[in-house]
Design a binder for this molecule. Structure first.
Ligand SMILES: [Zn+2]
Length: 117
């Protein structure tokens, strides 16, 4: 029964993930553009503003790194959806709880394996 429920939701998961992937791709594009702006500003502003600029650049690099990680997880999950491994724990091969997947479709471990690190 649980399996039926997961199958029923597969398309929705794939849709949500594809939408999220498009969002992240857009965000990355606009953050690349704003990073360019920061660099241009540095040529005509003083030291303090330069430090601000460096700090915001570090922050934007950090969120870029996080977006990259999320994108990788999404790609991996979409592959798992395609090859039929989605919803199964990578470690014990049991079904991952549907509630867990609804919360975060990119989880790859069941609650038991995830809490037993
Ligand atoms: Zn497991």
């Amino acid at each position: 029964m649980a399996e039926e429920k997961i199958r029923f939701n597969l398309e929705k998961f794939a849709e949500d993930l594809s939408r999220r992937r498009a969002e992240i791709t857009d965000l990355r594009q606009s953050s690349i553009e704003s990073r360019d702006v920061v660099e241009l500003d540095q040529t005509r502003v003083g030291r303090l503003s330069r430090m601000d600029a460096l700090q915001s650049q570090a922050m934007s690099l950090e969120s870029e790194r996080r977006r990259q990680l999320e994108l990788e997880k999404i790609e991996m999950t979409l592959t798992r959806l395609q090859n039929g491994n989605f919803g199964y724990c990578l470690k014990c091969d049991e079904e991952i709880q549907i509630k867990r997947l609804e919360l975060d479709p990119t989880v790859t471990l069941c609650i038991d394996c995830a809490s037993d690190k």
